[in-house]
Design a binder for this molecule. Structure first.
Ligand code: FRU
Length: 493
């Protein structure tokens, strides 16, 4: 179905109860609904927003178009959790119903201040010629969860030298000053990040551009995030317009980070290393981090990409968020691990220790559609080892390791319905070492694979038939020792 502009900018408030119920019913019939990931009740979810710990709970909002699986009028949808595992749907957090956000309450972030959660976001507006004008706005949530918008934007103008692609404020506090980074496009159509400062979150001063070495690196940088971790400065952003290069930049758009010295807030100079992709899978974009009361730096991403059609579109919904990951810095690299709390989802488990010798094997109890699988391959003599999962006679998703090339590959060529085939159906990245640990979280229509305790992550949607449940372990050309545990996972509450 082609969506007209009028349909895409229709407000949920205009829809009747019957219409919304019919939509929900359609969505609930989808065979690809997730069991332990945040997903929209109807319509389309994109970026995680306002990720924070406030008043004893985690809050996680997301970009939401309620009425269909398309990018239309965006609301902030609010979810919260006590444990990062079970998320409660709270309802709409921010409605795009003011002059400064009339065409979408776009992405933004949260910070606690004066006992309240402050949400800074981009109000997207369009004039009668459909020309965009962005405002940076503030909404405040009190301890009872009531959210009120400030009736004036806090940043009204785009400074000279930048286009109207100017959005996604990420705010933090240092000493007594608030800072925000905003994703921007220069007038010469290159992407960058700008920095603002404020004493009170309401009055903002434009400090200028963050000085990186990447002068021409795509046409727009979305969803920037800056934080300090283990003495380093980390700048995350989602650049658009990078050309594929070897195994890198294979998706339509990228998300990655620069690791460096801490950002000099006076000169805005950020000394950094190479841009590194955060995730090696097919579906990952616009991640956001927060720091929690335990001092952990947590990251959640959108398990999807812009401008791509997905098989759930025909069921009236699209996308989900990733599981929360904890970030650390080790050997000059960001390491990402699933948060420990996820162990609460574990139910019964099975374990197998075996030696595979140029063969493919299945084991009792190793099958399913929603599980966690931890698998260690040691004493590797085989040329290639790996796992086929969500498989049956004609479907499979494959994660494999080529020992000679020292590369891990995720192959979704035969995963069932495959989105974005024009961008290829395999993703590969280098992983060093003689042993391999794969840690998979498999949900009804997704997989997140943590390699060697978080040195790389492959995140992907997959759309197999429900009966594709088998797990098969293999070694090609030689032997390998296998030690694997599978946990059935419960549905989140
Ligand atoms: C990233 C993005 C953001 C924007 C939001 C709109 O996916 O394009 O830059 O704020 O989505 O939904």
């Amino acid at each position: 179905m082609e969506w007209t502009r009028k349909q895409r900018y229709r407000r949920i408030e205009e829809a009747t109860k019957e219409e919304l119920n019919a939509l929900k019913e359609k969505v609930n019939k989808s065979i690809w609904r997730q069991k332990f990931h945040i997903q929209p009740v109807t319509g389309l979810l994109n970026d995680p927003n306002g990720f924070s710990y406030f008043n004893g709970e985690y809050h996680l909002f997301y970009q939401w178009f309620p009425l269909g699986p398309v990018h239309g009028l965006k609301y902030w949808y609010h979810t919260k959790s006590k444990d990062l595992v079970n998320w409660q749907n709270v309802g709409i957090g921010i409605k795009p119903n003011d002059y400064f956000d009339s065409h979408g309450a776009y992405s933004g972030s949260a910070i606690c201040h004066d006992g309240k959660l402050h949400l800074m976001y981009t109000g997207n507006t369009r004039d009668e010629n459909w020309v965009r004008h962005p405002y940076q706005c503030l909404a405040v949530m009190n301890e009872n969860g009531r959210i009120e918008k400030l009736q004036e934007p806090v940043i009204k103008e785009v400074p000279k030298g930048y286009t109207d692609h100017y959005r996604d404020p990420k705010v933090w506090k240092e000493n007594d000053t608030f800072y925000a980074v905003i994703g921007a496009q220069r007038e010469n159509k290159t992407g960058c990040i700008v920095l603002y400062s404020s004493p009170d979150l309401k009055n903002w001063t434009f400090e200028g551009e963050v000085q990186t070495k990447l002068k021409e690196f795509g046409f727009m940088w979305e969803c920037p995030d800056y934080f300090e971790l283990d003495g380093k400065g980390v700048l995350i952003f989602s650049p658009q317009g990078l050309e594929p290069k070897g195994d890198e930049f294979q998706n339509i758009y990228q998300s990655g980070y620069l690791l460096g010295n801490t950002l000099d807030l006076k000169t805005k100079v950020f000394e950094h290393g190479k841009f590194v992709e955060l995730d090696r899978g097919f579906d990952f974009y616009a991640p956001q981090t927060t720091i929690d009361h335990k001092g952990r730096r947590l990251l959640v991403g959108w398990m999807g990409l812009p401008e791509i059609e997905y098989p759930t579109d025909k069921d009236g919904w699209a996308h989900c968020l990733t599981l929360p990951r904890e970030l650390t810095v080790q050997n000059g690299k960001l390491i990402q691990c699933p948060v420990k709390e996820l162990e609460a989802l574990r139910q019964d488990s099975v374990n197998v220790k075996d030696i595979l010798d140029d063969e493919k094997k299945m084991y009792e109890g190793f099958n399913g559609t929603t599980y966690e699988l931890i698998c260690e391959f040691t004493n590797m003599e085989a040329d290639e080892v790996g796992i086929e999962f969500r498989s049956c006679n004609d479907e499979k998703t494959v994660i494999s390791y080529n020992r000679k090339e020292q590369k891990v590959t995720l192959d979704r060529t035969h995963s069932g319905e495959v989105p974005a085939k024009e961008y290829g159906t395999t993703r590969t990245c280098s992983v060093e070492g003689d042993t391999l640990k794969l840690h998979l979280f498999v949900d009804t229509s997704s997989v997140e694979i943590f390699i060697n305790d978080g040195v790389e992550v492959f995140t992907s949607r997959i759309f197999p038939r429900p009966e594709s449940k088998d797990i098969r372990f293999f070694a090609r050309n030689g032997k390998v020792t296998l030690d694997t545990t599978k946990y059935n996972l419960s549905t989140m509450n």
